[in-house]
Design a protein around this ligand. Structure first.
Ligand SMILES: Cc1ncc(COP(=O)(O)O)c(C=O)c1O
Length: 368
C-alpha cells in the first residue's frame, strides 16, 4: 500500500508554492564566512541590536529552562502605556509574521476574500491562501498602494484588506489623508490590517495616526515589528494594536508561549533605547543619501523610500544581477516574483556595506 502525504495535505496548502527562503551565505552556518558578506537582502538593522537588549538577554541566559510569561505582561503593559491604550489592546507575536498569520486564521477562511496590493509583502498572500481564502491583488499606482482602487474591489465576501505602510518591496507609503478617506468610506464587515513593520523609519509627517483609529473602535489592526529598526530580527517578536475584542481572538488562535523569554526581555528594553533608535535612523538617512547619489551617477532609476531599503531598476535581468553580486559577496533581493524582473531591493547598510554594494554593482553593470 502506498501513502502520499501530498494526497493527505490540505488542498489550500497544496496550491501554495514552496517558500523561497535561504540566503547565499547561510549554507555551512553563520561562521566567519557569513561575516564577509554585505547582507543587504533582508532589511535588517545594520547597526545591530540595542546593546541594552543584548545585556538583558545575557542576564536571563541561566533562566531559559523556564517557560516565558505566556501573557507577555510587562511588554504589553509598556506598549500600552506608550500608545495610550490598555494592555488588552496589545497582542504579541513570534515576529509580526505570526500576527499576519493569526489575522488570516481568525478572520479568513474558505469563501472569504482578502485584498492586497501588488506588489506587496509576499507573506500576506501565503497566509490568505493557506486558510483557503481568495487573494484579490490590486496593482499599485506609481508603485504606491492605490487605496481608491482597493476600495472598489471590496465585495460582500471581503473580510480583510492588508496595507503595508511603508510597503515592501517598494518602500513607498500612503499619505495620512488618503488613509483617513479610505477608512471613512469603509463598508461594514471589513477589517484593515496596517502592517507598519518599517514605521519607525518614516518621516514623522508621513506617519499616520493609526492608533487613533483603534481608539475610535474602527475595524483596524496595526502590526509592528521588533525586527527592523529595533534590530531583533533573530529573536522573532512583533506586536499588534487592536480592540480588546480582536486581541482576545488573536490570543485564542496563538500558541500559549509564542513569544520566547529572550525576545520579550530584549524588546522591553530596546523599545526605550533612544540612543540606539536615533543612531539607527541617522545611519539609515546617511546611507539613503549615499545610495541615491550613487544610483543617479550610475543612471539607474530608484524609488525614494520611507523605509530602510530601496528598490532600484538595474535595467537587466535582476536574477542574474543578484547572482553576479553574490559572486562578489553582496546579498540583495531579486524582485522577479514580485513582477519586477529588472529591479532589486537593497537594504540600506553600513557605509562600508553600501560602498561594497555600489562597487560590485558598478562591476556587474559594466559586464553584459
Ligand atoms: C512589510 C513587512 N511586514 C512584516 C514583515 C515581517 O517581519 P517580522 O515577522 O520579522 O516581524 C516584514 C519582513 O520583512 C515586512 O517586510
Amino acid at each position: 500500500m502506498s501513502f502520499s502525504f501530498d494526497d493527505a495535505a490540505s488542498p489550500h496548502l497544496k496550491r501554495l508554492p514552496s517558500y523561497r527562503h535561504g540566503r547565499p551565505f547561510e549554507a555551512g552556518g553563520r561562521g566567519s564566512a557569513a561575516k564577509e558578506w554585505a547582507a543587504l537582502d533582508h532589511n535588517e538593522n545594520p547597526l545591530g541590536p540595542s546593546p541594552l537588549a543584548v545585556k538583558a538577554i545575557r542576564c536571563l541566559l541561566q533562566g531559559i529552562h523556564r517557560y516565558p510569561d505566556c501573557h507577555g505582561h510587562d511588554l504589553r503593559e509598556r506598549l500600552a502605556e506608550r500608545f495610550g491604550v490598555t494592555p488588552a489592546h496589545i497582542a504579541l507575536g513570534n515576529g509580526s509574521s505570526e500576527l499576519i498569520d493569526l489575522c488570516a486564521r481568525c478572520f479568513l477562511g474558505p469563501g472569504a476574500e482578502a485584498i492586497v496590493g501588488d506588489p506587496a509583502f509576499a507573506f500576506y498572500g501565503r497566509a490568505i491562501q493557506a486558510v483557503g481564502s481568495q487573494r484579490v491583488s490590486v496593482p499599485l499606482n506609481a508603485l504606491r498602494h492605490d487605496l481608491p482602487a482597493m476600495a472598489q474591489q471590496i465585495t460582500a465576501r471581503t473580510r480583510v484588506v492588508f496595507i503595508g505602510n511603508p510597503n515592501n518591496p517598494t518602500g513607498t507609503c500612503v499619505p495620512p489623508h488618503e488613509i483617513a478617506a479610505f477608512i471613512e468610506a469603509l463598508p461594514d464587515g471589513v477589517i484593515i490590517v496596517f502592517d507598519e513593520a518599517y514605521r519607525e523609519y518614516m518621516p514623522e509627517e508621513l506617519q499616520p495616526d493609526t492608533v487613533r483609529y483603534v481608539k475610535e473602535a474602527r475595524p483596524v489592526i496595526i502590526l509592528r515589528s521588533f525586527s527592523k529598526i529595533y534590530g531583533l530580527s533573530g529573536l522573532r517578536i512583533g506586536y499588534a494594536i487592536a480592540s480588546p475584542e480582536c486581541v482576545a481572538l488573536l490570543d485564542k488562535a496563538r500558541q500559549p508561549f509564542n513569544v520566547n523569554l529572550l525576545a520579550g526581555a530584549a524588546a522591553l528594553v530596546a523599545l526605550d533605547d533612544v540612543t540606539h533608535l536615533e543612531g539607527s535612523r541617522q545611519l539609515n538617512e546617511a546611507g539613503k543619501q549615499y545610495l541615491y547619489q550613487a544610483f543617479s551617477e550610475l543612471g539607474l532609476r530608484y524609488v525614494p523610500t520611507a523605509a530602510n531599503f530601496i528598490l532600484v531598476d538595474v535595467e537587466r535581468d535582476g536574477e542574474q544581477a543578484v547572482r553576479a553580486l553574490a559572486d562578489r559577496r553582496v546579498a540583495v533581493c531579486p524582485l522577479t516574483r514580485y513582477g519586477l524582473p529588472t529591479s532589486l531591493r537593497v537594504t540600506i547598510g553600513t557605509p562600508r556595506d553600501n560602498e561594497r554594494f555600489i562597487a560590485a554593482l558598478r562591476e556587474v553593470l559594466a559586464t553584459r
